[in-house]
Design a protein around this ligand. Structure first.
Ligand code: DAH
Length: 360
């Protein structure tokens, strides 16, 4: 009997040790200690024994039950520990992953370039000014020395509204960012150093023109401002923007009603694998319009042109983006094609900084 019990005990301990998971272990527990269990059945035999037998067998059978109970408890703890380990390993968090799902959108190259412009000009002491896209005739034309009969009005292919503005003339979608010059001179005290990026509109549409496009206006009003300040500013800006030191500018005499003298600015470029890349003096292309602010414009804003002078420039932002990032069809900018946006778009965290490189 004694060695039978020993064998039985070893048998149970082996079965318990062999239980591979908690469910299997529970099955062994029921088989041993459950109501119909083998060990329970042994315990029941104690009732039918003589007192002498019970005295000798009792401790051994109880010893078996205890050994089985202990083995079950130990195995359970081991299996639970292993299950926890496994869960912890499987559920491990990668703390370097972003907390939110990756953003779906991207920053449009035009927005990116506007941010780059703001960053570069902020470093030169310029702030960003804004004005309405729905303008009145006076701010868009008259105050900029473009009188009613002036051919420049016809050249601008203006979108007009049926409603009249405060000047009694039809309201319009601004055809350039130059009216922000006027609004800034009227609302702020000189000296003024501003850029005004924004949307502009003209009734025009082909591979290089869209009815809505973007310009950036620059305006400086201060004492003793000269053409040299204009050239230095444009050179400094373009070198920072294109991140090259070999940017060469040529100023060509031109005509704008709101500047005197006026200059169109050409920038040198060269060809790399058939692509136009800015820098050097192999070829030149026209890039922007500029000049010394016309005394009549300064006077129209209530300032004394004998005391205040300045320079201004206007440049297409879409063009800047195309030259810097290599797109060749302007219309794609406004198609909203996701493939184009994913290819040319910027990540929201690519904030341009002068230290980090405005090219992001
Ligand atoms: N407003 C002009 C245009 O849309 C661009 C321009 C030229 C702006 C010369 C200026 C400037 O401020 O000085 O064509």
């Amino acid at each position: 009997m004694g060695s039978d019990l020993e064998r039985l005990k070893q048998d149970w301990l082996d079965r318990i040790a062999g239980a591979g998971d908690l469910a299997a272990l529970e099955a062994e527990r029921v088989a041993a200690l459950g109501k119909q269990g083998a060990v329970t059945a042994l315990l029941k035999t104690l009732g039918g024994m003589s007192p002498e037998e019970r005295q000798s067998e009792g401790p051994r059978i109880h010893g078996l039950r205890e050994a089985v109970t202990e083995a079950l408890t130990a195995r359970k703890a081991a299996l639970e520990g292993a299950a926890l380990e496994q869960r912890l390993a499987a559920e491990r968090l990668d703390m370097t992953l972003p907390v939110a799902p990756a953003a779906e959108g991207s920053i449009h190259p035009v927005s990116q370039v506007m941010d780059e412009l703001a960053e570069i000009f902020a470093d030169l002491g310029f702030s960003v000014a804004t004005g309405p896209e729905i303008e009145d005739d006076w701010h868009n034309f008259t105050a900029l020395n473009i009188p009613e009969s002036h051919p420049a009005r016809a050249m601008h292919d203006t979108f007009y509204f049926p409603q009249n503005g405060p000047d009694g003339r039809a309201m319009l979608l601004r055809t350039h960012t130059s009216p922000v010059q006027i609004r800034t001179m009227q609302s702020q005290e000189p000296p003024l150093y501003i850029i005004a990026p924004g949307r502009t509109y003209r009734s025009d549409s082909d591979a290089t023109h869209t009815p809505m496009f973007h310009q950036v206006e620059g305006l400086v009003i201060d004492r003793g401002i000269m053409l040299g300040h204009l050239k230095w500013t444009l050179e400094t800006f373009l070198k920072a923007f294109f991140e090259r030191d070999d940017i060469v500018l040529r100023m060509r005499p031109s005509y704008f009603p709101f500047t005197e003298p006026s200059a169109e600015v050409d920038v040198g470029y060269h060809l790399e694998k058939g692509r136009r890349v800015l820098g050097g003096t192999d070829h030149f292309m026209e890039l922007l319009g500029s000049g010394m602010v016309h005394p009549r414009v300064i006077a129209a804003c209530g300032l004394d042109p004998d005391e205040w002078q300045g320079f201004a420039f206007g440049c297409g932002i879409d063009r800047l983006a195309m030259l810097k990032y290599g797109m060749d069809d302007l219309r794609a900018f406004f198609d909203g094609d996701l493939r184009w946006l994913r290819h040319y778009g910027f990540r929201a965290l690519d904030v341009p900084t002068l230290s980090g490189g405005v090219g992001a």
